[in-house]
Ligand binder design. Sequence first.
Ligand code: GAP
Length: 453
Amino acid sequence: MNKHSMEDLVSLCKRRGFIFQSNEIYGGLQGLYDYGPLGVELKNNLKKAWWKSMIYERDDIEGLDTSILTNPLVLKYSGHEETFSDPLVDCRECNSRWRADHITDNKCPGCGSLDLTEPRPFNLMFKTNVGPVDDGESFAYLRPETAQNIFTNFKNVLDSTPHSLPFGIAQIGKAFRNEITPRNFIFRVREFEQMELEFFVKPGEDDDWHEKWTEIRIKWWEDQGISRENIELYHVPGEELAHYSKATVDIMYKYPHGLEELEGIANRTDFDLGSHTKNQEDLDIKASVKENKRSNAKLAIQDLESKNWVVPYVIEPSAGVDRGVLAILNEAYRVESLEGGKERTVLGLKPHISPIKIAVIPLKRNDENIVAKSIELKSQLQKTIPGRVLLENTGNIGKSYRKHDEVGTPACITVDFQTIDDNTVTVRDRDTMEQKRVNLEEVSTFLTNNYFI
Ligand code: GAP
């Protein structure tokens, strides 16, 4: 594992425009971050990779994009109103508030006082007023997970895009939690993004699918650049399970601040579809299934063979986008020693994750021919390269290479005097620093074959 600290990553992120503290000019707001010009590219690339693996590379998963503001009834019947809380402890000495599981030796982590209150539950959901009258009655929650609106759309999706079991519905989007102690940069924040799949299976096949999805998800993180040796699985013990879960396996990653959850894969059983169905004053699904009777249940599916209505079980791989970004940055960051006692910082990102795919650098910033050729090459490459191609016209090749090493650009192309004469350019590889002369006609194919297949 690379030896570097969270501060190294935070500093790189700020310096190079990956991630900034939100509302910084007004002193910030704890637990909120903004993604800068490079951060938004990296984050979008990660989400694209997830979407591709879930939706495009399979035929049994549909996508969805649902509202953030959520009817309180949804979160009442999902159990979140009652149980989505952290036990909290107040310090009577310094008036600070802490999560009970962050307290050691009954001591306030702020001032060291032993004068603490008993833990009491604190709901993590944000509420907001809906409509013109702020009467406390017409409110909505900001969703604490993207999952619930997948469940509430179960029938809409099935009616419009029929599937039989097993099949899934996937969504990427924002989630909000009023975390008491947001910390460790973008690891624990109050506004974050999730990539969630609800995979519906026949009851009885759930344990097998739970194992399968755990393997698929580990392999996927490896494909994004996370090394297997930095991942551990945590089989969540009974007393720690969320209210909806029969079993959960967490994919834990060795972050700079310690081993923590990157993704949770839960077996949610028929808890959610069952709860939302019951709330619609429908038939007692479970009883009718047991009695082998047909039911009109809203959030159920008819088994093609037996014709019975089944409330599917759900396997839910739920990954945090921000935690993924942090793990990927941590994994990619390295400082290399060069000849002459010099160093270079490199982000060894996989090309499909890199925020800038290719930098085109004119050797001389004021040479008309070289600059014109560079502009032409940039726009030509932009048509074929899957992501941002940047014209880097600083006139300083060494500085440009250092910058692009540090932001993870897989290759830089230098356009020089020789280009004008013989139509060739220099392609410099980020990792090996090797330089190759490539004909302009072949450069797009060369880059595609070497970096983007
Ligand atoms: N739908 C299931 C669910 O939400 P979770 O374990 O509470 O389960 C899933 O959250 C993932 O969302 C976590 O593995 C983590 O990656 C991410 N996540 C949860 N809380 C977060 C927070 N406060 N900040 C950043 N990411 C968070």
